[in-house]
Design a protein around this ligand. Structure first.
Ligand code: ASP
Length: 324
């Protein structure tokens, strides 16, 4: 018995020692649960660059896309809790529990929370050649084309899906949802005219709007944005959809049970990124707002996600939509 205790103590000390050395020159994988080139991927790659400087190791971005981020999120829930596999996900962490009747993980119990990174507004955009040139004309076009409109999203449970659901329920009009594995393929099809409308993060829509490759109708924030290419777009709220507001936040997670010293190092590196001028410049250029408040603290991040789950659950349930 004594021997067993001694062995357990040695094993615990070894884990502790490894945790102190983290990352010990070993690469860290940051899972992005959406396809490469999309908004979540961009945030992850910007963050990875900054984390690499602080942690002194390579961060590999792994795009495990599909099912509105639930596949990549499940991969991290199952990963070794050693700090070498992390997740960057967005508001989907709080909408998946209501949108999916069965999830292979529990958002609140199966992860360590490592801090929030930013918030990103969304824009409602249309395919090139859509006859509507502003929001008012868009509503006329929608009313004239009921039953024929294809509304893209980055997967059932994605932020674009959520925005689309809220938009349809506010208009009391149903459109045909067309799911992709992320925003990058959805925008490609919008540009090709295969889908009519998409509501997605400014991270990817702004450059398309600037280049006049898509039609831009409105922003989803409560106030107009200041980004030059977007500043003339009305909010959906001022356009008649009272109370319409969605902003997409991103946070970092590790599998439950990751040792505390490892979590501390990663959180410190995330906080360093929030002060890294190169990271700030890249993010602001994409229309993102860096987290400067308490939500960069793990406990506050967790509290915020719990509040978001409580906020979106009833809205999603009232809309009567499920991803499975
Ligand atoms: N923006 C996407 C979404 O609608 C995901 C992505 O590709 O980053 O959730």
């Amino acid at each position: 018995m004594k021997k067993l205790f001694a062995l357990a103590a040695i094993a615990a000390a070894a884990v502790g020692a490894h945790a102190q050395d983290f990352p010990a020159g070993k690469p860290v994988t940051l899972v992005v649960p959406f396809s490469a080139g999309g908004p979540t991927d961009r945030v992850a790659r910007d963050l990875a660059e900054s984390l690499q400087k602080t942690l002194g190791t390579t961060i590999i971005v792994d795009n495990t896309a599909g099912a509105g981020s639930s596949i990549g999120t499940a991969k991290v829930a199952r990963a070794n809790p050693d700090g070498y596999t992390l997740l960057l996900n967005h508001i989907g962490m709080s909408t998946m529990p209501a949108l999916y009747r069965k999830l292979p993980f529990n958002v609140e119990n199966d992860f360590e929370y490592l801090g929030m990174v930013n918030e990103v507004p969304m824009t409602l955009i249309g395919k090139p050649g859509l006859p509507a040139n502003n929001y008012k004309e868009l509503t006329t076009w929608i009313n004239a084309n009921k039953g024929k409109i294809n509304l893209g999203n980055a997967g059932l449970g994605a932020a674009s899906h959520l925005c689309g659901l809220l938009f349809q329920s506010a208009l009391k009009i149903e459109m045909t949802p067309v799911p992709y594995k992320g925003t990058a393929p959805a925008i490609a099809d919008l540009l090709g005219g295969q889908i009519d409308l998409l509501c997605d993060q400014t991270t990817n829509t702004t450059s398309q709007i600037e280049a006049k490759k898509v039609k831009a109708y409105a922003v989803t924030t409560s106030k107009r944005l200041t980004t030059p290419a977007l500043k003339d777009l009305p909010t959906l709220d001022e356009s008649g959809l009272k109370g319409f507001e969605v902003s997409i936040w991103h946070g970092v997670y590790a599998p439950k049970g990751t040792p505390a010293p490892v979590l501390k190092k990663i959180n410190e590196a995330i906080r360093a990124a929030m002060k890294d001028p190169a990271f700030i410049k890249r993010e602001e250029g994409l229309g993102a707002v860096i987290t400067t408040d308490k939500r960069v603290e793990p406990a506050e991040h967790k509290k915020f996600v719990a509040a978001e789950i409580a906020k979106w659950g009833p809205i999603i349930k009232a809309a009567g939509v499920y991803a499975d």
